[in-house]
Ligand binder design. Structure first.
Ligand code: MG
Length: 465
């Protein structure tokens, strides 16, 4: 009896210590932030001291990818650990969910929030959802029905509901935006707070809500997902930041976003949980260069931006921070947003279902041991179509098309080939010299295609007129 009791106590102790080790997870997801837009990624006039510090204390990734070239599919991939084409969250023509869309992330998909909630986490989303527009007849699309316990933010992008208010015709309207021009509805859970929120206050409010969420969650493991509204256009900053950056409004917006990252790290430190928290900062896709010099971001040395499968469309900043656990480094390991779900599920002790293919991999060896992970091919989709693929340092383009405003895809009978280790700008096409490499990439893509089961796109259906 005594022995039984002793074993029971020992088991309980193991269980408790395992539970105590479950780390908190914070994912900060900028919108349309380019590879070249942070101080620590080389921007000469954008100042991001908090992100720069996070990068110097953690790992700054130089080859980190979003899994899609635009918002909705990218978020679906982050939440599910799978290419968006598997969940129907991509479409060649309707590239993202619109305000009038009736589709959304299918309930059969397991989100990161659901996975972590299943092992005891408190889960919160603060910011832009964009995986389904919630309405009374579509309750399944609310983030509270996808594993989140707490929600504060917008249902979709900040430019999707232009307000009926007449807009004066001015040459610099793109730069000098008025919050009255956009009906950006702000929700707390299922409660509509205001149909036209003052977007100049959004980043500050997100930071305040995040600090509160962290303070309220300190007694159990938590997952905080912060998909920011900016620097997606239209751009707004509060008075404290507006007009301060030599980079103009885009720099003002990033300075405020950087401040809000600092507030989150401060809240983690003040609450005493920083040394048990993984924070990951990244972006949903490349910069919206089409927006012009002042309001579109920069992909730095990478080619093109948001909407394209050139590197600038999908290679984004990636910074991992966990004091005492992650050692400072710069890493050129190839990782993607799809790796985050398997990684945090493993850390939290959650099992992923075996009934579906996962495209993400547990990145713990890269994060905690300075080792690489084995990766097969990484595929670059534009909508539902596979345009390009990366294997090792090599990237082949089967179809190319510029970002927004470039109407015609070009199919390449002999795929274009680049060595990204040597030529990250994709400036020197070398397929003629390496037919064997092209063949290997083609075979890898065929292996990938064999795992894809076609599903109907969720992005097609809209509210009937
Ligand atoms: Mg975006």
């Amino acid at each position: 009896m005594t022995r039984l009791l002793t074993s029971f106590i020992a088991l309980l102790a193991v269980g408790l210590s395992a539970a105590a080790r479950q780390p908190n997870v914070v994912i900060i997801f900028a919108d349309d932030l380019g590879y070249g837009d942070l101080g620590c990624y080389g921007h000469p006039t954008i100042r991001t001291p908090h992100l720069d510090r996070m990068a110097s204390e953690g790992i700054r990734f130089t080859q980190f990818y979003s899994a899609a070239e635009v918002c909705t599919p990218s978020r679906a991939a982050l939440m599910t650990g799978r290419y968006p084409v598997r969940s129907g969250m991509a479409h060649n023509q309707f590239r993202v969910l619109r305000a009038v869309s009736t589709g959304g992330l299918p309930q059969g998909e397991l989100t990161m929030a659901e996975s972590l909630k299943s092992v005891g986490y408190r889960t919160g989303i603060i910011g832009k959802w964009h995986l389904g527009v919630w309405a009374n007849d579509r309750p399944e699309h609310h983030p509270l029905n996808h594993g989140f316990d707490f929600h504060f933010g917008l249902m979709h992008s900040n430019d999707m509901n232009p307000s009926p208010k007449p807009k004066p015709k001015k040459a610099n309207a793109q730069v000098e935006q008025d919050p009255e021009w956009w009906d950006a509805a702000l929700y707390r859970g299922r409660e509509l707070l205001v149909p036209r929120t003052d977007q100049t206050q959004l980043t500050r409010r997100y930071a305040e809500e995040a600090a509160k969420f962290i303070g309220e969650s300190k007694d159990r493991p938590f997952f905080l997902y912060m998909p920011h509204t900016f620097p997606h256009t239209p751009l707004f900053a509060s008075d404290r930041f507006k007009g301060r950056s030599p980079r103009g409004i885009y720099g003002d917006v990033l300075a405020e976003l950087d401040w809000s990252v600092g507030e989150v790290l401060k809240a983690l430190n003040d609450t005493g949980v920083a040394d048990n928290t993984l924070v990951f900062f990244t972006s949903d896709n490349g910069p919206w260069t089409w927006m012009g010099a002042e309001t579109g971001g920069s992909a730095g040395l990478l080619r093109d931006g948001k909407g394209s499968t050139w590197e600038g469309g999908m290679r984004v900043p990636g910074i991992a921070w966990w004091p005492g656990r992650i050692r400072p480094a710069v890493s050129d390991a190839v990782l993607t947003t799809m790796d985050l779900l398997p990684t945090v599920a493993k850390l939290a002790g959650a099992e992923l279902p075996k009934d579906r293919p996962y495209d993400g991999k547990d990145a713990s060896p890269v994060l905690f041991e300075g080792r690489g992970i084995e990766r097969d091919v990484f595929c670059y989709y534009r909508g539902e179509t596979l345009f390009a693929a990366r294997l090792g340092d090599w990237k082949a383009h089967f179809i190319t098309q510029g970002s927004y405003g470039d109407p015609k895809p070009v199919k390449h009978d002999r795929p274009l080939l680049y060595n990204l280790a040597v030529d990250p700008s994709e400036a020197h096409e070398i397929s003629a010299d390496h037919p064997d490499v092209v063949a290997r990439l083609q075979a890898a893509v065929e292996r990938h295609r064999a795992t894809i089961t076609p599903v109907r796109s969720q992005l097609i259906d809209v509210v009937a007129k």
